[in-house]
Design a protein around this ligand. Structure first.
Ligand code: PMP
Length: 288
């Protein structure tokens, strides 16, 4: 595997960054997880837009343009023969001193890894998955806004640990007010009386690229979609529930905190959106 670091390609074993990089010392940096399907990088523009928005919020100056990053992502896929795979793009604050002052970091670093992804087991897609709500609340947007896709994922990792302890692979995180924010690495949707509902960004959700695509696909299919504050009660009483994410794509949820959702099987609207999503991944994106 060839890894892109600051304009050069390194063999996997030589692909290293400094121990003084504030990405490591403080989690000071940002990232994107991107998929390639059928020889195209899916939704690359949207991922790069979000990367630049995260950077802006952190006053982190990405030392490459949008166009140059597009070319670098595509080239990294080419050099690794990735036609269907997963791309991890990171921008770290760069090498600095042991203090946390980001002004002492002279140049942010850009890393691009193009490889494969480990997906949820097939059975989750066939039969639906079970999730729980965990005690760790999602970060307050007034403290560390979940819209920033930063290298500091400890909030999500704590929730993931709680999910693991409960014997499931994903978990609902509530915000400080008790409304559903999102899951540890996925956004959440419910279907109620023919309407698709998903928490707004102000509830503490990431502006998920898959979330955005699903909203578009639903509207095209004539399914009304709204952003709404959801309680656990709303989720328990949903007709259908599913999660979205670049890695997960669309995964049906059939049990939440021991409550069976809808019929207990993946719903028909979920299935239809899954089909439309997969069809879209095969025909759109930045050619590799
Ligand atoms: N929420 C969180 C916390 C995430 O890390 C992710 C990405 N894995 C998502 C939602 C889904 O976002 P996307 O569809 O852009 O992958």
């Amino acid at each position: 595997m060839k890894v892109f670091i600051d304009g050069k390609y390194y063999d996997e074993r030589q692909a290293k960054i400094s121990v003084f990089d504030h990405g490591l010392l403080y989690g000071d940096g940002i990232f994107e997880g991107i998929r390639a399907y059928n020889g195209r990088v899916f939704k690359l523009k949207e991922h790069l837009d979000r990367l630049f928005w995260s950077a802006k919020a952190l006053l982190l100056k990405i030392p490459m343009s949008h166009a140059a990053l597009t070319a670098a992502v595509v080239e990294t896929c080419r050099r690794n023969d990735v036609r269907d795979g997963y791309i991890r793009l990171l921008v770290t604050r760069g090498v600095g001193t042991l203090g946390l002052n980001p002004n002492r970091c002279k140049k942010p670093s850009i890393i691009i890894i193009a490889g494969t992804i480990q997906l949820y087991p097939r059975s989750f897609y066939e039969k639906g998955m079970e999730i729980v709500t965990v005690p760790t609340a999602r970060n307050l947007h007034s403290a560390l806004n979940p819209a920033i896709k930063s290298l500091n994922y400890l909030n999500n990792i704590l929730a993931k640990i709680e999910a693991n302890i409960a014997g499931v692979e994903e978990a609902i995180m509530l915000n400080a007010e008790g409304y559903v924010a999102e899951c540890t690495g996925d956004n959440l949707f419910i279907l109620k009386a023919g309407q698709l509902l998903t928490p707004p960004l102000s509830a503490g959700a990431l502006y998920g690229i898959t979330r955005g695509t699903v909203i578009e696909l639903a509207r095209e299919a004539g399914i009304p979609v709204s952003e709404a504050n959801l309680t656990r009660y709303d989720v328990f009483n949903a007709d259908e529930c599913f999660l979205t994410g670049t890695g997960a794509e669309i995964v049906p949820v059939v049990k939440v905190d021991g409550r069976v959702i809808g019929s207990g099987r993946p719903g028909t609207v979920t299935r239809r959106l899954e089909e439309n999503y997969h069809a879209l991944t095969q025909v759109s994106g930045e050619p590799i």
